[in-house]
Design a protein around this ligand. Sequence first.
Ligand SMILES: *[C@@H]1O[C@H](CO)[C@@H](O)[C@H](O)[C@H]1NC(C)=O
Length: 398
Amino acid sequence: MASAVGLLKRCYLAQYPPKATKASDPIRLGILGAAAIAPVAVIKPAVSHSEVVVYAVAARDMSRAQAFAKTHGIEKAYGGPNAYQELLDDPQVDAVYNPLPNGLHYEWTMKALAARKHVLLEKPAADTAAEVREMFEFAKRQGVVLLEAFHYRFHPAVVRAKAILDSGELGAVKSLDVKMRIPQGFMPDNDIRFIHSLGGGAMMDMGCYTMNTLRYFTSSDPTSVLDAKPDIFKGKNDSEHTDLIDTGMEATLAFPNDAIGTLTCHLRAPPKFRVIPIWPEMRLNMVCENGELDFFNHIMPVIYHSIKVSTKTGKEGKGRKTRVEKVYRPLQDGQKGEDWWTTYRYQLEAFVDKIKGREPDVWLTEEDSISNLEWIEKVYEKSGLGLRPASSFKLPSQ
Ligand SMILES: *[C@@H]1O[C@H](CO)[C@@H](O)[C@H](O)[C@H]1NC(C)=O
């Protein structure tokens, strides 16, 4: 009962967060595109943060920009064909959130960095690993913060699961399996996730999480891709390489110390036995020398999650001792958080801390972002679908 009340309370406060009194000179955030993800990713999280305000939004269509600004109480709306650049040229804007389609990440992040704005960049960071490397190098030269928005990593439940592994309690990891699937019927054929020229594909979309999860929990990069099986997009679009689009991917990867990682991502998962609809699935399972860790819902843990830890006991390790952990706020003293903070709220805290020159509780390094895309590329190569097209954009020399 208490846990049901807790769940309702968390969901309510995540949706309607208490308003923080704003600092006199908060970081002013601008959003590139009136994206559907923006409210959950930055607008709501900013409400309860005293040091950041969502100040501007830009959209190619002025009435759309204005409507979005009005709905979300955003001061400034830029619209029209030059809207994105106008937002970047606004000296009031300190930082930018870039949730544009994958294929535009590189161009608009480079332009934002050129304007010396800090950037919170949606994942996957770009269409190629070379572009990710270039963006981070440029951010360093410009002296600004660039963060790929792997929000789940900032949540204390994920931090805790990793700490359990790192503690050695379960021994070395032998195998990991991560699944992220949504049932078919939610994404139309013209969804941008299926557009090759915009960096589409399930391995880019949900797949980038699954790759990141495997790499994070093994604290290493894979050593090779053993197998990669795509489900090919069945829709038609004469102006696109639809045959190079994966609606799903299953890959097996080798990791150091003979560990094996498997990932499954699917944007249109078929029904079980062809008829039984599946639920959306987000799950991580790790089998270790001395036990097992099963993490249900590591991507959206604020709603509900469970970390089931079973350790071998007794003679020849045949017995099992099981406990379940749920972690909604940081366990370490001095770390910030509330049990209703979403993954995005934790992420925003870290992003602001970094901009302010403070040490964030959790951070994601540039090497992490670069490697993640390198291994996504290797999965695509193995699958036969090849890399996503690089951007044709070149920044005029600085
Ligand atoms: C076909 O691809 C283009 C991008 O090249 C896209 O704008 C359009 O919506 C797609 N059409 C359909 C029917 O999916």
